[in-house]
Design a protein around this ligand. Structure first.
Ligand code: SF4
Length: 437
């Protein structure tokens, strides 16, 4: 239900006599769950709303006729309730988080609204048939779907949820309802890989292009796995095999339907795919094509700017996760060559907090980076330290561990270095490295 907090003057809502405190219970007889219902129905020309009077509690159904682009002019109380998951996946990252971090990091969201608006992955295991029908009715497309496997019994096992096996019929319902999907499979060695992965890919590809792609993502294993199912880490040979299978299946399909995570290329020590492979980078938040995008942006920026001469020489320390330091090594050498006077020291930081198996930059804590930078600066002088913007919370200067950027800078004061944050990908890094201040 949606509780009205404001009715705009001269709006349709005001004409109908709606007031702050009134509650919308239903649209066209369907329960109003969140603002997505409002957004969908208020774009229609004809529909009904059932409103509960905030003062008397009386319910009334109102028929609305309006132009498509006319707004009802209503604002609602923030709905902070998020649909959470009913699973206990063997690879769940939330279960491997240490205690004492901020509460939001422990939320196991599995909410189609968050999938549609933020690209969060959902499993559909907490949805009734009505929930599925709502996705279709409100056209929540594209949806980001954690499929993991199309083998129902195996899915129930991996998700530790006996109701997880009906994914095939759920996908069919969504496809018939006109919903498009980006899918992912977190690959658990010896479970949903090899022939099982081939089966999953072929089953999903039957629905292409409604099912647009299938991301293959490695399990993120932290050092906090005590009491959890043992999952082997992936090595070079494993990653090579997986990439070979992906190539084989994509060749069979004739399109780049399977999208392997960047981490497999790093582990296999194979060159990354060109950026064209990833289309519109629709699974980039999943670690798919991030490196290709970064490399291409940086190289384009280097080409555009040509050879650069710094006014005065400088030494920059670039803080990085272990994977990115390895993956971008050639690019960093190119950057150093392109800017005369620049000495670039790439500092791969081992993730002490989550464990050394977590190698991406985005999961480094402020504390781990600070300690590594200090150790480096004790031995080597530098003019500036460059951090990746994705080590901080969105729109905030706060690292994963709660340390602020200000605290980070303050701790480095004795070393006399500037701290810069790159929030603009490859192009942003070229820009930062090519300027003196
Ligand atoms: S769906 Fe699985 S991986 Fe996602 S939060 Fe729930 S238990 Fe964790």
């Amino acid at each position: 239900m949606l509780k009205i907090t404001r009715v705009q003057k001269n709006s349709i809502g005001a004409e109908l006599g709606l007031e702050k405190g009134d509650v919308i219970l239903r649209f066209d007889g369907h329960a109003a769950e969140d603002e997505l219902d409002y957004l969908y129905y208020s774009a229609l020309e004809e529909f009904t709303i059932t409103v509960k009077d905030g003062k008397t509690g009386a319910e009334v159904e109102v028929e609305i006729e309006k132009d498509e682009d006319e707004s009802l002019g209503l604002e609602f109380e923030k709905n902070t309730k998020i649909r959470t998951c009913h699973n206990h996946c063997v690879f769940c990252f939330v279960d491997q988080m240490p205690k004492g971090m901020r509460e939001s990091l422990y939320v196991k969201d599995d909410d189609p609204a968050m999938s549609f608006t933020c690209g969060n992955f959902v499993t559909l295991t907490n949805l009734s048939d009505e929930g599925l029908e709502r996705i279709v009715r409100l056209k929540l497309s594209p949806l980001y779907l954690s499929v993991h496997t199309m083998n129902g019994a195996l899915r129930a096992k991996l998700l530790n949820n006996r109701f997880a096996g009906k994914i095939a019929t759920q996908i069919e319902t969504l496809v018939k309802g006109g919903i498009e999907m980006h899918c992912q499979a977190v690959i658990v060695p010896n479970e949903n890989d090899g022939e099982e992965l081939a089966y999953t890919a072929r089953e999903l590809f039957k629905y292409y292009p409604a099912v647009r792609d299938l991301a293959c993502v490695p399990t993120g294993l932290t050092r906090y796995r005590e009491g959890l199912t043992e999952i082997p880490d992936v090595d070079k040979e494993y990653s090579e095999k997986l990439l070979d299978l992906v190539d084989l299946l994509n060749a069979e399909f004739g399109v780049n339907f399977l999208l392997p995570a960047d981490e497999y290329f790093v582990k296999a020590e194979r060159p990354f795919k060109e950026k064209e492979f990833y289309g519109n980078f629709e699974q980039i938040e999943n670690g798919i094509g991030m490196t290709a995008k970064f490399l291409s942006e940086a190289r384009e920026a280097l080409k555009k700017q040509g050879k650069r001469q710094l006014k005065s020489p400088k030494t920059s320390v670039l803080v990085s996760g272990v994977s990115a330091a390895k993956a971008n090594a050639t690019l960093y050498a190119e950057m150093e060559n392109a800017v005369t006077g620049l000495t670039l020291c790439v500092l791969p930081v081992v993730n002490e907090f989550f464990g050394s198996t977590v190698t991406c930059t985005g999961l480094l804590t402020g504390k781990d980076m600070l300690e590594a930078v200090k150790r480096h600066l004790e031995k080597h002088a530098a003019d500036e330290v460059i951090l990746a913007g994705n080590t901080m919370r969105e729109f905030e200067d706060v690292f994963l561990c709660g340390m602020t950027l200000g605290e980070f800078e303050q701790a480095l004061t004795p070393y006399g270095v500037r701290v810069k944050v790159n929030r603009s990908g490859g192009e942003g890094l070229v820009k930062l490295l090519s300027e003196n201040e």
